[in-house]
Ligand binder design. Sequence first.
Ligand code: ADP
Length: 355
Amino acid sequence: MATVDEIRHRVSQVVDPELKRSLGDLRQIRDVCCSDDGIAIDVELLTPAYPDPDRLKVLIQEELQDEAAAGRSVTVRIHPTVRGRDAGGRIGLNVHNIIAVGSGKGGVGKSTVAAALASGLKSFGCRVGLMDADVYGPSIPHMMGADGQPAAKELQGPDGRKIVRIEPIDVGGIRLMSMGFFMEDGQSVVWRGPMLHKALTQFLKDTDWGELDYLIIDLPPGTGDVSLTLSQLVGLAGAVIVCTPQQVALLDAVKAVDMYRKVNVPVLGFVENMTGEIFGRGGAARVAEELQVPFLGEIPIQACIRELSDQGRIPALLDQDSPARESLQHVCRSVAMEVARHLLETPSAPTLEIL
Ligand code: ADP
C-alpha cells in the first residue's frame, strides 16, 4: 500500500492536458490524505473557466488505478482558484488579472466581445469587473442593461483622511463602470493625451472594484493613447484583439499586435467575430498563425447577438438555450487559459515606467 508521499509524488507527475505540464510543476496539488480504505486528493484549478475538469479527475484516477484495485477508494476534489499578477497593486486595486479588449478598427464587435467575455467568465463562477474605457463610443452600459448612475461613497483612508470611492453598477454580479457615465455628449473629442491619461487613471483608481479575478477593459479602437496609458498604470495580463475575417479589419489587427508588442503588453490572441457567409471565415486564424499569436476562437454572425445587445441583455447570450453560448464559452475558456499560461511563463508583472 502506497504512502502519502508516494501518492503525492505519483499525482504530481500527472500532466495537465491543457497546459502540458505536470501538476507538481504547476503547484496544483493542494492536499493528499490517505487511510487504509481511501485516498483523497485536493487539486487546484487555475481558473473556473478550465475547459474540462472531469478529464483531469479521470487522469488522476487512472494514475492510482492499482490503489483502487487494491480496495482503496480514490476521491479527487477540484477547487477552482484564479491566480494572477495582482496587477493593480501599484494603484491600490485588488484585481488578479486585467484583460484589455482591443481592435484595430471600430465596428468589429469589440465591445460586444468584451461584454460577452465578462458575462462568460462570471457564468463560470469568477469574480468579474467590466470597465468601459471606450471614450469615443461608450456602449457597454447599454449592452449590459445598466441603468442609473454610480454612487460615490466616503471611506476612511489609512491615515484617517476621508477618501471618495465610486461604487460600480452591479449587473447580475458583474461590477460595471463606464467612462460614459461621466461624460457629457461630445466631450470625448477633447480627451486626448494627458487629459485622457488623467481621467483613466482616476477612473481606475477611484472605483471601488473590490476583489476581482478578472477585470475586463473595453478599449477604444485603434492603436492610440489608452492602451499605452494602461500599460503604464497596471500590469496587464494581456490584450485580446477582436477582428472580423475581412482583409481590411485584419490588417488593422496586425497593426494592433505590433503596438501591444511595442508597449510590452502580452497579446493573448485574436478573436474572429462575425464569422459567416457575409464576411467569410478563417482569416483571423491564418493571420494569428503567421504572427505567432494564439487564435482564441470564432464567434459567428448571429441575429441573437445583435438583438440581445440592443436589448441590453448580453449576459443572456450565455444562457443554456442561447445559440451563441457554445462559441462564446469557447472564447472565454481560451482567454482564461491563455492568461494562466502567460502567468506561468512570466510570473512578474510587465510594467512600462512612466517617463
Ligand atoms: P465595436 O465595439 O467594435 O465598435 P460593437 O461591439 O459595438 O463594435 O458591435 C457593432 C455592432 O455589431 C453592434 O450592433 C453589435 O450588436 C453587432 N455585432 C457584434 N458582433 C456580432 C455578431 N457576432 N453577430 C451579429 N451582430 C454582431
